[in-house]
Design a binder for this molecule. Sequence first.
Ligand SMILES: [Zn+2]
Length: 400
Amino acid sequence: MLNATLLAIAIQAPHSHEGCYHGLPTTYVERLVDEAWQKSDDVKIDEKRQKDLDRDVELGKEYSKQVDKELKASVDEAAIQRVQQIGSEMAAIANSFQPEVTWGDKRPAKFNYEFKLVQGKDVNAFSLPGGIIYVYEGLVKYTESDDELAGVLGHEISHAAFRHVWTLQRQSEKLSIGTLLAALAAIWSKSPDATNILRATQLGAQAIASGWSQDAERSSDFGGLQFMMKSRYDSTGSVTFMERLARDERASSSIDWGIYRTHPPSKERVQNLLGYMAKYHLPVRRSAVASSFRTIVKPGEDGMVEAWFNGKRLYTFAGSDAIKRADSAAKKLDSFFDQVPQMIEVTSGEGVVLFKHQTILQIAAEDAQAQKVSVQDLTEKATKAIKGSLFSLAYRVWGT
Ligand SMILES: [Zn+2]
């Protein structure tokens, strides 16, 4: 329908300009009327869109009432604050620019996001239309840094902002909204013991199996990464979180994953995330965002200082400057491990462990003396330890 103003232009214009534009291919008035029509379409679209967005918010509120009955709110004040702080930061970023949307509403919506922490060990988070986002305590514990948590929240924000439930519903009208929500809710879970809302919906499995949720996941992974790039967090957080999920999926392959099985494998999602990181020239710094990828320096016996990586001791420093040398070695080792290099490129020289002919660890005579071994033996031992850690690192990152 034309509104009153547009109608007025359409009616009046020809009369007031009659005679001035005869024979011209595009007349002033025609153009005016065209533009008015165009505008009226925009107005219509915007009105419809606003209704859609309002509906998202209403739906979200409605569903959150149900969810709040099923899930207990966390009482862990520190964790609640952490989730809300990081969540609101990521939400502000999401509302501040137009990210690239690979799947969903190409005009991302802006919402007043709300972040709710709930009790439970599940490594899971899900988002309702309109921007109410639920995070399990188990997920917060699973993250190794704020960067990882920010990555998860950015992903969940993307589901709401890109209006995935609305998009899925448009594509598949037979499926109920409950089914769609169940499909999306399962995304982050590594545990088959999900909530009743998920279990209640057998159809969720079919919905997921049909494959469209994979598009939603990829799209949200990319959205989350774009928000991460604009934030103060390290985008690598999205990668390490997903890598850990992938590793744990492999480790518990005997579990019947049920509806989770048909989800895009975390490993594939990791590859996609790394692809985006490369595309935007973002350095992958696992050691910066995940403690399990960091060389830990800690006190050893007799005043010595030890360097550990992922639960294994790499080297022991002795002497008065042990801490200083250990700290500096840890930095070098971290940037070495961050590259997940090939084991074949690690060699040993005289009192040194080398990577591509560059020193990554200097073996000191006083270290060997304190451990009552020769420098050569200690060098070999250290090289072996570093190679061993590299092997388990490669498994964690790439799988087998
Ligand atoms: Zn998701």
